[in-house]
Ligand binder design. Sequence first.
Ligand code: DAK
Length: 258
Amino acid sequence: MIYETLRLERRGRVGIVTLVRADALNALNERLMDELTHAVDVLEADAEIGCLILTGSGRAFAAGADIKEMAFKTYPQAYGEDFITRNWERITRTRKPVIAAVNGLALGGGCELAMMCDFILAADNARFGQPEITVGVMPGAGGTQRLARFIGKSKAMEMCLSGRMMDAAEAERCGLVSRIVPADQLLEEAIRTAEKIAGHPQPMVMLTKEAVNRAYETTLSEGVRFERRLAQSVFAFADQREGAVAFIEKRAPEYKHR
Ligand code: DAK
């Protein structure tokens, strides 16, 4: 596939997807979401890649679903083409970790896309919001559900009903983002973080991601039971033995990612 709306790069074991529809503040149109789905497929299938980064360019991570493309959509069209479900949710099924490196605006579908990633590193100029209501629609890519789970009902309700944006400091305070980084260092810091993750044994990274995500889908006791089974399974992997032996021999481990 020839990408028009994003750039796909590899830095060692890190795959970087940069949205480059900057003249439209990276508004998420059908083309972009098809390309993003394809790019994630490519990186997921690449055994040399251990962690993904999704970031924007220019003033935005993404300013939302493309309002111009959605303006005259009908319900039969939306239902028939399975709007959003068809090509927006690939990231939520990624087994490798995905870091959202949010520069500038993450609004509407842009905020929803960032929340589909595993964690958000925010530039100090980042702003988050669900302003759909101000353009006559409502969040439709998971915003009401993920925001409520991540930052709690009161703030989520206020954001979705008023359309107010929050800055990076507020987003960090309420747990929407893991850390704030100076804007000019965002990508380098995201790469450093991704390299660290990708350097850990790949099966352990994937099992850990699966276990944390389970916390959002089940009760505590079932989640702990699930974690226990996964944690017992680590003894099936060569990397478990290598990690322990390297520690005992006081040397750096040489993981095979299996
Ligand atoms: N869509 C299309 N184009 C956009 C856009 C968007 N969301 N956001 C910005 N642009 C375009 C602008 O039209 C402009 O293009 P030109 O006019 O130059 O051709 C260019 O990007 C630069 O934007 P501005 O000139 O407006 O820049 P400003 O700095 O003045 O303002 C802004 C920045 C972010 C405050 C403003 O652009 C803005 O308010 N943008 C819209 C933000 C927004 O409301 N986002 C939410 C979109 S709605 C559903 C599933 C999902 C959704 C809905 C339903 N179903 C399952 C049914 C999701 C909906 C959304 O995300």
